[in-house]
Design a protein around this ligand. Structure first.
Ligand code: CUA
Length: 311
């Protein structure tokens, strides 16, 4: 009952351990706070000055009492220490049969990769009952991988790998947060961990394999560093792509070409075939590097780019 009131759902193998320790610590704090407050008031009333000329009685201390109030808190503190250490070791050591997944934080999204290479953004599908080891890193600033329902929280640092592990014990969707302030969109950097039955996970994986391994078009665009030249600013060394699709393009040899699918594909795989007026033939070919699927995804992406109104 208390759990439903005060805790997120417990959906991992360590959640109960963490909760019990937490409840113990809160319980000890509440117990001693109430005890001290009660004694404070009780003694103030019980031993108040009763007449204006009353004189206090000297006291000589009590060794037994002093030992008791030293040893009992010591035992409680050491108990909390060893209990906490036990839970800490459990959540920081992935079991030997854990399957490794990768997570990359980036302003402001999570990129995940499954053991078979399937990728997804912000959502992470996992099978229930399987220990999962997350290897985490960041592309820019410090983020923090946080799934309250699993009681899992780990800093995600640029230039370093950190690990966290969990074993989901319930199916369902559980919130995933970034728990380290990382800039403007920090609050929206999150998603869901979707826990599926193993066979459902296999089905999901089979369906997702094709498209998500490819990544989104924006990802492909970045992966091949297209944006280092095709940019909207004045330093762009290559034609602007927004609003390009469907237009007639003037070429250096005086002719024109229509920017349709074939033109864009040709420009990716054979960039020197048609050089746009005003630009130099500096674009490298992506033949042999970029798959057809990726190129097609890019063409669809360019097609959907709207021209920005300020130009
Ligand atoms: Cu990433 Cu906050």
């Amino acid at each position: 009952m208390w759990q439903r009131l005060f805790m997120p759902p417990d959906a991992s193998s360590v959640a109960r351990d963490v909760d019990l320790l937490y409840v113990f610590l809160v319980g000890v704090s509440v117990f001693f706070s109430l005890l001290i407050a009660f004694l404070l008031i009780y003694f103030a009333v019980r031993y108040r000055r009763r007449t204006s000329d009353a004189v206090g009685v000297p006291i000589h201390g009590s060794t037994h009492l002093e030992i008791a109030w030293s040893v009992i808190p010591l035992l409680i503190a050491l108990g909390a220490f060893f209990w906490g250490a036990k839970v800490f070791f459990r959540i920081s050591r992935p079991p030997a049969n854990a399957v490794e997944y990768y997570g990359v934080g980036k302003q402001w999204m999570w990129k995940f990769q499954h053991p078979d290479g399937t990728r997804e953004i912000n959502n992470l599908h996992v099978p229930v009952g399987q220990p999962i080891k997350m290897t985490l890193t960041s592309e820019d600033v410090i983020h923090d991988f946080y799934v309250p329902a699993f009681r899992v929280k780990m800093d995600v640092l640029p230039g370093r790998y950190t690990t966290a592990w969990f074993e989901a014990t319930k199916t369902g969707a559980f919130h995933l947060f970034c728990a380290e302030y990382c800039g403007t969109e920090h609050a929206r950097m999150g998603g869901w961990v979707i826990v599926l039955e193993p066979h459902e996970y296999e089905e999901w994986l089979a369906g997702a394999r094709g498209e998500t391994r490819l990544g989104s078009a924006e990802e492909i665009f970045e992966r091949y560093a297209c944006n280092s030249c095709h940019r909207d600013d004045t330093s762009a060394r290559a034609p602007k792509l927004a609003g390009l699709f469907g237009r007639d393009v003037r070429l250096v040899d005086g002719g024109t070409a229509q920017a349709d699918e074939n033109y864009l594909l040709e420009s990716i795989f054979d960039p020197n075939a048609k050089i746009v007026e005003g630009y130099k033939p500096i674009m490298p070919t992506f033949r042999g590097q970029m798959s057809q699927e990726e190129a097609l995804a890019l063409v669809r992406y360019i097609r959907g780019l709207e021209d920005s109104p300020q130009e």
